[in-house]
Design a protein around this ligand. Structure first.
Ligand code: CKP
Ligand code: MG
Length: 311
């Protein structure tokens, strides 16, 4: 069994240097929150598998090549001959202001279904990582995510859920109706501060939302605060960690890097402080480089930012 299993939609991201409407050369990248997490862990030497549906054409081939090149297992990926690759056009205006346009409705990735997950989930994994993006893609992807969360937690995997609300895919109300029940199957819930009420009661503040999650059996709630670091809540209380200070050039992918760092620390048996330190370290690498995951460290590079102050 692998260390970490994750599934979702990997996208072909076309990045513009400035406003999309101004044209210019687009560069091609692999995107997708779950594949970002998978790559982050694979770079650190963990055994990782990603599952999803990719198009039968050269764009699907590109997605698989990138994942293989990063050491992510793709044995259970399904090639979908009937549907196109999901695309994302991204224009970056400042380091932390990006606009995305999806062309993913009806894509191969959105056709994910329970049958695609039976074998890999049956094979087991120490950690099963899900995001709130996948259930927004289609009815079958929503059912697949629900099934995976339930089956994974029942069979003793550590289930982690990154809320990752995408307002271009669904409303907060629609997301809450799906994600709040999903969170009850998770051991680790990861959210930015403005996403917390999507896994709790509408309008609930941080402490109420966290208390609700802990009462429903979640062990750790991680609240990402961007340049301010993160807070981790457990039954034992709350612990705050500062971000590692770097010059940010591109914040997309920071959340996925944070998640990869936290889960890597878990797999290595680190205590909460060590897991959080690795999480903010990977977050810093992600924002310091361009692209969602290209700048993420290999294991021998983890200490590169050690001299950088936090706070
Ligand atoms: O929350 P993050 O900035 O870490 O996530 C970025 C990813 O999957 C990006 O790769 C994009 O493709 C997406 O989130 C998405 O579907 O929006
Ligand atoms: Mg995110």
């Amino acid at each position: 069994a692998v260390d970490l299993l994750t599934f979702g939609e990997a996208l072909v991201s076309l990045r513009a240097p400035g406003p999309l409407a101004a044209g210019g050369a687009l560069t091609m990248h692999l995107a997708g929150a779950e594949s970002n997490v998978a790559i982050g862990l694979a770079r650190l030497g963990h055994r990782v598998a990603w599952v999803g549906r990719v198009s039968e054409d050269e764009l699907g081939e590109y997605v698989l090549r990138q994942l293989r090149a990063e050491g992510v297992g793709v044995d259970d990926v399904t090639r979908d001959a009937d549907r196109p690759a999901g695309l994302l056009f991204l224009e970056r205006r400042t380091a932390d202001l990006t606009r995305v346009r999806y062309h993913r409705a009806g894509s191969a990735g959105s056709a994910l279904r329970v049958a695609d997950l039976r074998r890999p989930i049956g094979d087991g994994a120490r950690v099963l990582h899900l995001t709130g993006i996948t259930p927004a893609l289609s009815d079958s992807a929503r059912e697949a995510t629900r099934w995976a969360a339930e089956t994974g937690s029942r069979s003793g995997m550590l289930v982690s859920l990154d809320v990752n609300h995408r307002s271009r895919l669904w409303t907060r109300e629609a997301a809450r109706a799906v994600l709040a029940p999903l969170a009850a199957h998770a051991s680790v819930v990861i959210a930015s501060a403005d996403e917390l009420d999507l896994v709790g009661e509408p309008g609930s503040d941080e402490s109420t939302a966290v208390a609700g999650l802990l009462a429903r059996g979640v062990e750790t709630v991680l609240v990402k605060l961007g340049a301010d670091g993160a807070r981790a809540y457990t039954r034992d209380g709350v612990r705050q960690v500062a971000a590692v200070r770097v010059t940010a050039v591109d914040t997309v992918g920071a959340g996925d890097a944070f998640t990869a760092g936290y889960l890597s620390g878990h797999l290595d048996g680190l205590d909460l402080a060590g897991r959080l330190r690795r999480a903010v370290t990977l977050g810093a690498f992600a924002v310091a480089g361009h692209g969602d995951w290209e700048g993420l460290p290999r294991r021998d590079e983890l200490s590169l930012l050690d001299g950088h102050e936090t706070g």
